[in-house]
Design a binder for this molecule. Structure first.
Ligand SMILES: Nc1ncnc2c1ncn2[C@@H]1O[C@H](COP(=O)(O)OP(=O)(O)O)[C@@H](O)[C@H]1O
Ligand SMILES: [Mg+2]
Length: 305
């Protein structure tokens, strides 16, 4: 089986629930507090590992208890973490959602140590990059570091999956080195300026991304499934019909599962179909990492769907 290397973020969510949002200068008593390990990088690594992939993660944490919890979470999920870095100059990344009684949220994210992962760090870890086959990237670490990862991955002939989330403008000079560009519909719109609210808009946006140089484009479209295109083929995958409870990390489940499919040497079509099942299961459960299914859960789901 091929090795997947995720180079990305750790965030710890500190979730505070109250009847309503707090006003300026006010203090109110909330109803609950919960702490969850997350971050798009860690989520995608764990998504792939739960399915049985050989996964390693590179990222940066602070020397604090959140950092220790993140390592424990990787350990519990069989994600290798020998080259996760620790900085004394910033705290581990946190997100602090305030959730009101209706489930609306207001979130402050402080990326902290995630922003300390430098291009130079990756150059020093080039052996680890060479040891992998598939490199998975998102945009919660510095852009220059993402670009360096693309450059090194390309130099060593690796497959590169770039999940351009959260949405941002990207330097198109790196596009042709990216094997799979995988935005959701909002990110695709941001990257192309094309309205993606219709099926036609999705196709136009995807072909614009091909024009920008990306080799293969996958746009995920929530409960409308996903759309794949490259120079030669076009594939549409519909979403499984499930009772959606919490769509947090649907995209992360999809990316991790797609990488798993590729690592098994499965076809693009089969990998997309599998990713669709894994992400559908993830939306039927609360939370990010707790919602990511094991291979057995996916097998059972596929028997019944
Ligand atoms: N309500 C849903 N029912 C079934 N599958 C879903 C649902 N929402 C998302 N998915 C699956 O998860 C994938 C990723 O979701 P999407 O919302 O596009 O990503 P993101 O979480 O990045 O916004 C979709 O392509 C689809 O396969
Ligand atoms: Mg979405």
């Amino acid at each position: 089986m091929k090795k997947i290397l995720v180079i990305g973020s750790f965030m710890t969510d500190l979730v505070v629930k109250a009847d309503r949002f707090v006003e300026e200068g006010e203090t109110i008593i909330g109803n609950s507090f919960n702490q969850f390990t997350g971050g798009k990088g860690a989520n995608q690594a764990i998504a792939a590992a739960r399915l049985g992939s050989n996964v390693e993660m590179i990222g940066e944490l602070g020397k604090d208890s959140f950092g220790k919890d993140q390592i424990q979470s990787l350990e519990n999920n069989n994600v290798k973490h020998d080259h996760v870095l620790f900085t004394g100059k910033a705290k581990s990344g946190v997100g602090n959602p305030q959730v009101d009684a209706s489930g609306n949220n207001r979130i402050v994210v402080v990326p902290g140590a995630n922003l300390k992962l430098t291009p130079k760090n990756l150059e020093e870890l080039s052996n680890t990059i060479q040891s992998a086959d598939i490199i998975v990237l998102q945009l919660e670490i510095p852009f220059e570091t993402v670009y360096k990862a693309i450059e090194l991955g390309h130099k060593y002939h690796k497959q590169i999956i770039l999940n351009p989330a959260p949405a941002a403008d990207l330097n198109q000079d790196y596009a042709s080195m990216v094997t799979y560009m995988t935005p959701n519909e909002h990110e695709a719109q941001m990257l192309t300026g094309i309205d993606t609210s219709t099926p036609d808009g999705i196709k136009k946006s995807a072909s614009e991304l091909l024009k920008q140089g990306y080799q293969n484009v996958i746009i995920t479209i929530g409960d409308k499934g996903s759309y794949f295109v490259n120079k030669n083929v076009e594939i549409q995958i519909s979403a499984y019909k499930v009772k959606a409870v919490d769509s947090t990390a649907a995209g992360d489940a999809f990316i991790g599962a797609f990488a798993y499919g590729l690592s098994r040497g499965n076809s693009i079509q089969d990998s997309l179909q599998y990713a669709s099942a894994v992400s559908a299961i993830a939306v039927t459960k609360m939370g990010a990492q707790p919602s990511l299914p094991s291979k057995k859960e996916v097998d059972d789901f596929l028997k019944n769907n």
